[in-house]
Design a protein around this ligand. Sequence first.
Ligand SMILES: NC(=O)c1ccc[n+]([C@@H]2O[C@H](COP(=O)([O-])OP(=O)(O)OC[C@H]3O[C@@H](n4cnc5c(N)ncnc54)[C@H](O)[C@@H]3O)[C@@H](O)[C@H]2O)c1
Length: 261
Amino acid sequence: MSTLDIFRLDGRVALVSGGGGAIGSALAVGLAGAGASVAVGEIDAERAEAAAVRIRALGVDCLAIAADVTDPAGAERAAAETVDRFGRLDIIVNAVGGGAGKVIHDAQDYPLEDWDWIFELNLRSTLLATQAAVRHMIAAGNGGRVLNISSVRAQLGIASGYSAYVAAKGAVSSLTRQWATEWATHGITVNAIAPTFVDTPQVAMLLGDPVFKAGVLARIPLGRVGETSDLVGPALFFCSDAASFVTGQILTIDGGLTATQ
Ligand SMILES: NC(=O)c1ccc[n+]([C@@H]2O[C@H](COP(=O)([O-])OP(=O)(O)OC[C@H]3O[C@@H](n4cnc5c(N)ncnc54)[C@H](O)[C@@H]3O)[C@@H](O)[C@H]2O)c1
């Protein structure tokens, strides 16, 4: 057995919630490349199918599921269809979220409607998709992996109207630790990755402002924003046997940004 085999996911089944998105699709393709069968759960059926096409091109089985995971029935169906198709569910990756750049408001006037939307997109989606998946994991008794996507904004404020997003991601990080504590008894590990800006459509407008981008880059020791490919190795680590004794951890992926604070 090669040392690298501890990163392999052959025989495992992953559901990537939001797997049609910029980060979700990169992680779904990464998990498939390590041998996992992958289900892509997505509210946008076309995005789900596009990710599935990329995964099938690797010769890996992939199921595209159109589902809204902020709806309990949608989250339940995504998990159930994964199990129906592949016979098991070992890994849930929560890549639904974001929205921060669309609802920038001064903290003292942050509108409740946008607050609720950000919490629904980032926290409720993570809660419901995970609950549905973990119920299957507990029933099967094979352990499992939960990987959440938090953000450096869970620990760092930002002078640009992000109140709801920082609060929602703070809650995602807290839930990561709470779930790790509760589900350890079932052999289920729960971890999170917490990136800084990743070059994706979600942040294209913000990073398109040269002054804003220069300010961001000046604070990142490695001198660049993240790429979706930067997240694949850490995700694979957490989802594989390489991280069997690692749970409740939040790994910042930020080119050294938080090291400077
Ligand atoms: N892009 C960044 O710079 C960055 C930085 C730190 C953290 N993150 C986090 O990474 C995650 C993914 O971000 P992204 O940039 O890939 O965003 P994205 O918008 O490209 O991907 C999110 C995907 O989720 C899907 N989705 C939205 N609502 C859904 C629902 N109710 N049910 C099912 N699917 C739904 C969308 O259709 C989309 O494909 C988010 O949690 C975001 O907060 C992103």
